[in-house]
Every structure is written in structure tokens, then in C-alpha cells.
Design a protein around this ligand. Sequence first.
Ligand code: NAG
Ligand code: NAG
Length: 326
Amino acid sequence: MDWRAVLVLLSIVGGVFTQNCRGEELKPRACENVCDENGQCKIRAALLLPKNTTFYASLPVVEPVLDLAIQSQAIRNAFPPWLSFEWTTYDVTDCDAAYAVISAIDAYNDCAHVFFGPACDFALASVARITKFLGNSGIPLITTGGFTFDFVQQKQTCQDEFYMLVRTSPLGFKDMAYFIINVMRHYDWRQLLLINEPEAQVDVAGKSTCHLMMKTFANFLKIEDIIYTPWDTTSDGGLNHTENLKFYLGYKYTTLLYESSAFAEYVGARGGHLLASTIHDYLIREGFHIIGRELQGNIPAIETLRHWVGFDYSSKSVFCPRGYWD
Ligand SMILES: *[C@@H]1O[C@H](CO)[C@@H](O)[C@H](O)[C@H]1NC(C)=O
Ligand SMILES: *[C@@H]1O[C@H](CO)[C@@H](O)[C@H](O)[C@H]1NC(C)=O
């Protein structure tokens, strides 16, 4: 965590704006001042995290880190000597959104200047939507969470949903989506099966972590014109994973188009046919449903594919230059 950023943020917020995002003149609360009437200056931080150590960002893990950070010389140098720092912990029970909101209200009543956390996406969303309305100038919220794509959108004005939120995490689900998209582009692949267990990995970003990741992937795959089929493994339709995999992949991806005369220079006459029938045999043996069709010289391959498979699942990526399979 970068305390310099916190300080800069606090001073900007304190110095430039005299209103929070509601645009009303609020009754000033003396406790919100950084310096009290005796000239003692202190930043009060609220740690909004779960006690439950199932979650990566939990109080028992983060508090000792904060302790160490405060002792380090680099951090001490970042604070002016007349300014001290203290924090109060608030248990966001099981990283739940409702507990997160009530903890944030408690922290506001205790006159916190800055929130650290929540780190789970749903809990964070609930709190980060209202922090811009709290106090005289809004309360900055700093978090290592915020993976879903909503959180990486602009947050620089009151109109932005998560204004006052600062993400310190280097990676969001959007970055992971573009990693996949770049791999797809590199190989000129156009279709994708997304296999998803919605409630897995709750330790990372709380409830529905994988569901939110999938939502983010879907969002960017759509933007980038990549066809995807989502498969939520919790709705199995009474079939086991093997059968479902065949269901999701089998009918759409196992079309075998071949040109009999292809590969003649390697295997002699009808090389393409030989190769295709060998692949065909192996796929059948593995239990895949398969459509095998010979390409006719005068009909473009794409037409054959559309004719047998349908428009939805035909794309350039399924063609090899001369022997054809997918
Ligand atoms: C911690 O959170 C997990 C996930 O929500 C839950 O299954 C577990 O019961 C919780 N543990 C305690 C001690 O509350
Ligand atoms: C899945 O179900 C099929 C059909 O009932 C069965 O033959 C196969 O062994 C099952 N596979 C697994 C991994 O349980």
C-alpha cells in the first residue's frame, strides 16, 4: 500500500473540494478534521475486512502487514513528523455485502478518513458506491480487490459509479480476458468454450468470484467478436462432465472436411481421404459425434461448412490450407 498516494489523495480531497458528491452543504463534523483543537494531527483509517481467514485479504493477515509497514523507515519518511496514523478494524462477516455496508456506516460514525477494503467484489461494490457521498468530501476507499470489469472503468468524477475508489491490484479480470483474447488472435481462433464453476475460488474475491470472472470474459469476448459458449458446471442437465463435454463440444466442433486429393505428395493418391478417415476413426473411438464431408472442387469450403454445420459455427479458424479438420 502506498501511503504517499493516501496522503496526496487526502490532501487533494481536503483542499480542493468542499462538498461531497451530493452537492449539499453538510453540517460539518468536527471529528472529520485531521487536526484537533489541540493541534494533534492524525489520520484515522478503517480496515473493512473479514476476520474469516478463508479470504486472502482478512484482518488476521492484513493487520500484521500494516503493523510492519508503519514501522518501516520508508513509510515513516512519507508522513510529515507532525502527522500520526491509526487504524480501527471492522469485521465484514464472511466478506458479505450487507455486513460490508453496515461496517462502513460504523466506520463513518467513528469519523474514519479513509477506508481500506472491502476486498471482495460484491462487498466492495456496495461500499464503493456510497463512499463518494460520505463526510464533507467523500471518503477515499483503497483496495487490493475490485477484479470485475465495472471496477476498471473511469472513476474520476462524481458521475462515475465508483468515484473515490482506488484499486491497488495490478491485475483485474479484464487483463485475464485480454490474455485469452490475445492467444485466440495469435492462432486466429474464433470460438471458445468457457467452463465455469460459479462459486469456486471464493477466497480470492468472495461470493461468485468465478461467475464474475466469466461475466467479465463474456463482456470482452463480445466486444472482440469472439464466439463463446458458456458452460456452468453446476447445471449439469443430469449428465456427468464427460457427457457434458461431448454435448458442448461434440456437436459443434467435430466437423471434418477433407479434399481427397490433398497430401498426395506424402501419401499418394487420395491422401486427404486417408488422413481424414484416420482422424474420423479415432474421434469415433473416443465417442465424439462427427460429420465428415468431402470437399467438392467447385464449391468453396466455407459453403460446405455452412451447409452441413450452419452459419453460427463456421469461421475461418476451422480450415487448414489443404487437409481440413476441426
Ligand atoms: C469462512 O467463510 C467460508 C466461506 O464463506 C465459510 O464456508 C466458513 O464457514 C467461514 N468460517 C467461519 C469460521 O466462519
Ligand atoms: C458418464 O456417464 C456415462 C454414461 O452414463 C458413463 O458411461 C461414463 O462412465 C460416465 N463417466 C464418468 C467419468 O463417470
